[in-house]
Design a protein around this ligand. Structure first.
Ligand code: BDR
Ligand code: CA
Length: 313
C-alpha cells in the first residue's frame, strides 16, 4: 500500500465536521497529522473541545488538536447554534474529552509544519471559515507554494446560499479570509452547496450508521438525527445535506464527484451579497481559473463509503 496522504483538517465541529473527521480516521489512505480548530458553527472554545471529543470517540486520543482564531479577520463572528445546537455537537451524549489541547496556536502550527515538511506533501482540508488558513498565509506567504492542495467545503452558486440568499455559511462568516485563500495560487478543490445539497442523510442512510452496532455508528446516527432536522424543516427533504464529509470522500474516491475548473471570486464589499462565491462556470470572464468546483456527486457511493469506513472504527 502506498504511503498515506498527509492531511491537516481545519474545522469547526459541527456534526458534519465530526463525520468528516471520523471518515478520515477510518481511512488508512489518509494520515491526519493535525486538526486545527476555528470559530464558526459555535465559538472556538467549543469547536476545539468537540474536535477532541470526536478523536476520543474514534479511540484516537493521540491526534494533535490545536486551537486557532477566535473570530474572523474583519467581521464579527456569526455562529449557527440553530443548526448544530448549543454545544455544536448536539445529539449524542459524548463525555468531556480527556486528551489535552496542544499548547501551540493553530496558525503557528500550520506555518511551522508547512515550512518543515517536504513541499507538496501536505493537503489542507478546511471544513469551516477560512480564518486560520488565511492568517497562516498572511504570516508566512511562502507556505502557499508548499501546500499540495486545498480541498474545502464552502460556497455555492447555482444553489444560492444557505445563510443569506447568496452566501454559504463558511464563506459568509469570514469572506475576507476566503478571498485570501482563493487568491493564493494554491490548487483548490471546492465542495459548494451545489454538490453537498445532493448528499442527503435520508432516514435509511442514518439507520445504516446505527446498524453498525458500534459506539461510532450510534453516535453518528444521533448526530445526524439532530443535525438534519433544521434543513429538513427548511427544504422539506428527507434528511439534510452532509456537507463536510464530501471533502474527505473526494480524497479517498475522487471519481464520486464531477465538476469543472474555473474562476471563483469572493464578494467582500457588498453587504447584500457578502460572502457570495461568484463562480465563472461558463468562462465568461478572463479571470484566471483558480479552483475545481464540484457540482455532482454519486450520493449512493458516497454513503456506502461512509458506512464502510466508519464501520472500521
Ligand atoms: C457548512 O456550514 C456549517 O454549518 C457546516 O459544518 C458546513 O461546514 C455548510 O454551509
Ligand atoms: Ca463545518
Amino acid at each position: 500500500m502506498p504511503e498515506p496522504r498527509k492531511i491537516i483538517i481545519d474545522t469547526d465541529p459541527g456534526q458534519d465536521d465530526a463525520v468528516a473527521i471520523l471518515l478520515a480516521l477510518g481511512s488508512a489512505e489518509l494520515e491526519i497529522i493535525g486538526i486545527t480548530a476555528v470559530a464558526g458553527n459555535v465559538p472556538l472554545k467549543l469547536t476545539e473541545k468537540n474536535a477532541r471529543k470526536i478523536c476520543e470517540l474514534a479511540g484516537r486520543p493521540d491526534i494533535k488538536v490545536y486551537a486557532g482564531a477566535i473570530r474572523p479577520l474583519v467581521r464579527e463572528l456569526v455562529t449557527a447554534e440553530e443548526v448544530h445546537g448549543k454545544t455544536g455537537l448536539n445529539g449524542p451524549d459524548l463525555p468531556e474529552p480527556k486528551m489535552k489541547l496542544q499548547e501551540q496556536y493553530a496558525v503557528d502550527y500550520l506555518v511551522e509544519t508547512l515550512m518543515r515538511e517536504e513541499a507538496g506533501t501536505i493537503t489542507l482540508c478546511p471544513l469551516g471559515p477560512l480564518t486560520n488558513i488565511a492568517l497562516a498565509m498572511i504570516r508566512e506567504p511562502r507556505i502557499a507554494s508548499r501546500i499540495k492542495e486545498i480541498v474545502l467545503m464552502g460556497g455555492g452558486f447555482f444553489e444560492g446560499g444557505n445563510v443569506t440568499p447568496s452566501a454559504e455559511f463558511n464563506i459568509y462568516v469570514d469572506p475576507h479570509a476566503a478571498d485570501v485563500v482563493f487568491r493564493s495560487g494554491v490548487p483548490i478543490v471546492m465542495m459548494p452547496l451545489d454538490v453537498t445539497h445532493k448528499a442527503l442523510t435520508t432516514t435509511k442512510r442514518t439507520e445504516a450508521f446505527r446498524k453498525l452496532g458500534t459506539k461510532v455508528g450510534l453516535a453518528t446516527a444521533q448526530m445526524l438525527e439532530f443535525f438534519e432536522r433544521y434543513d429538513e424543516g427548511k427544504y422539506g427533504t428527507d434528511g439534510g445535506p452532509l456537507h463536510d464529509p464530501c471533502v474527505i470522500a473526494y480524497l479517498l474516491k475522487p471519481e464520486l464527484f464531477q465538476g469543472r475548473h474555473c474562476n471563483v471570486t469572493v464578494e467582500t464589499s457588498s453587504e447584500l451579497t457578502m460572502g457570495m462565491t461568484v463562480i465563472d462556470w461558463w468562462g465568461v470572464t478572463k479571470r484566471p481559473k483558480n479552483a475545481t468546483v464540484m457540482r455532482d456527486i454519486d450520493h449512493d457511493g458516497f454513503f456506502a463509503l461512509l458506512v464502510e469506513r466508519l464501520g472500521r472504527l
